[in-house]
Design a protein around this ligand. Structure first.
Ligand code: ADP
Length: 403
């Protein structure tokens, strides 16, 4: 550890023994919140349309039928409530704080919903701002959310870093405009994402052009865009180019952003949906662990019950115990196959049972010990190895499914 260590391992490249893993800093959401995807929207400076892109993405995903939320982490320049026309203060109970819900059902939390007067300036220092954002995650009762968009504080300073460290952000969208030093801003944002090990979903160039309503010609008001070259240089995609559109500014001012018929971000929304489909399609599984009293059993056929873990990606979404219906030779592999099991984990297992599982395309992991839940989690992390210890002891012959 260097003498100047400030414990922010994510922004330090030193491989010291005190180095903390990214997950060590993560905060848990409120116990009544189940948030599936968290997407951060970042920019190099204020005023480039980060809040607008956040709002439009939330509106687009909500129109597609997803439960959508916005966490306004831009504490010193909160503009989300105004764009959605929300003036009421947030409701609280002894359980926590409730987000306000917009006209079309988007859940929103912003410092403006907590301040007495929305024109009060927030003149707090970085750590307090960072803590407030953390509380928007830990103390707000979000309920079931498919997509949460975070309107990040502009720049790559300590507040955005705290947010990235404390919240499980799945990906970031970088918003730029042609009048900025795009190359430098993209470089900084991409580097920050790399350090935090968060994928960059793509780049949105806002205020890219203006389409003249009279002649229909597009004009590059802020000069020609170089965003494509810059994106290619840093290996990211330009996912949208949004025009300057007075309708958008007017909708934000009137609190009617939900009612615009804007489709500039449809490609980006498609991309998010496709990724979701892939995760769902590829990685839904059922893992069965032959167990005694919650622990992996040594003798498959003789176990007390099968702990069945339904998983999505690397997450266990459901757990149930199914009693062992009995250990007639060859019966259990068929029984588990009929339940839709893809993986069986056990301490020991007879060779006959292993063969039947293999014929059915069910993966067998044997030689495992510890708790059933830990073994399923290790399997999902790719850390569970099958030692291949097929039960050859004759005393367990039939009990292990051998026949
Ligand atoms: P940021 O979050 O980056 O500070 P905002 O999204 O609040 O920026 O946008 C700043 C202002 O510019 C807002 O008044 C917004 O309505 C306006 N604006 C942003 N993008 C556009 C656009 N493409 N067309 C018209 N007005 C825009």
């Amino acid at each position: 550890m260097s003498e100047a260590c400030d414990q922010s391992c994510s922004s330090c490249s030193e491989e010291c023994s005190d180095r903390k893993d990214k997950n060590d800093f993560l905060e848990s959401p409120h116990e009544l919140s189940r948030i599936k995807k968290v997407i951060g929207v970042v920019s190099g400076k204020g005023g480039v349309g980060k809040s607008l892109v956040t709002s439009l993405m939330a509106v687009t995903m909500s129109r597609r039928g997803f439960n959508t939320a916005i966490l306004d982490a831009d504490i010193t320049g909160p503009s989300i409530p105004k764009a959605f026309g929300i003036k009421e203060k947030a409701r609280t109970s002894e359980l926590g704080v409730y987000p306000n819900t917009s006209k079309t059902g988007i859940d929103i939390m912003s410092i403006n919903l907590l301040l007495e007067n929305e024109t009060d300036p927030v003149i707090w220092r970085g750590p307090i701002i960072g803590n407030t954002v953390k509380q928007f995650w830990t103390d707000v009762i979000w309920g079931d959310i498919d997509y949460m968009f975070i309107d990040m504080p502009p720049g790559t300073g300590d507040v955005p870093l705290t947010v990235f460290q404390s919240l499980p952000v799945d990906g970031i969208i970088i918003v730029t405009s042609p009048q900025e030093l795009v190359s430098m801003i993209v470089a900084k944002a991409v580097k920050m994402a790399e350090m935090m090990k968060i994928p960059v979903i793509g780049l949105v160039e806002n205020m890219s052009f203006f389409k003249c309503p009279d002649c229909g010609k597009s004009h590059s008001i802020f000069g020609d865009s170089h965003v494509e070259e810059v994106a290619a240089q840093y290996g990211v995609d330009v996912v949208a180019k949004m025009p300057i559109d007075p309708k958008l500014a007017a909708a934000c001012d009137k609190g009617l952003i939900e009612l615009t018929d804007i489709n500039w971000l449809d490609n980006l929304a498609n991309q998010l949906e496709d990724e979701e489909q892939e995760i769902k399609g590829e990685q839904k599984m059922k893992i069965a662990v032959a167990s005694d009293n919650g622990n992996v059993t040594g003798h498959f056929g003789h176990c007390e019950s099968f702990m069945i873990f339904d998983t999505e990606g690397k997450k266990i979404v459901k757990t149930e115990a199914v009693a062992n219906p009995g250990h007639k030779p060859g019966f259990l592999p068929n029984f588990l196959n009929d339940m839709g099991v893809n993986v069986i984990i056990s301490g020991g297992m007879g060779g006959g049972a292993v063969d039947i599982f293999n014929e059915k395309g069910i993966e067998v992991v044997i030689g495992v010990s510890g708790t059933a839940a830990d073994s399923a989690a290790l399997y999902l992390d790719g850390k569970l190895e099958s030692t291949g210890s097929i039960c050859q002891e004759h005393e367990h012959h039939d009990e292990c499914g051998e026949h």
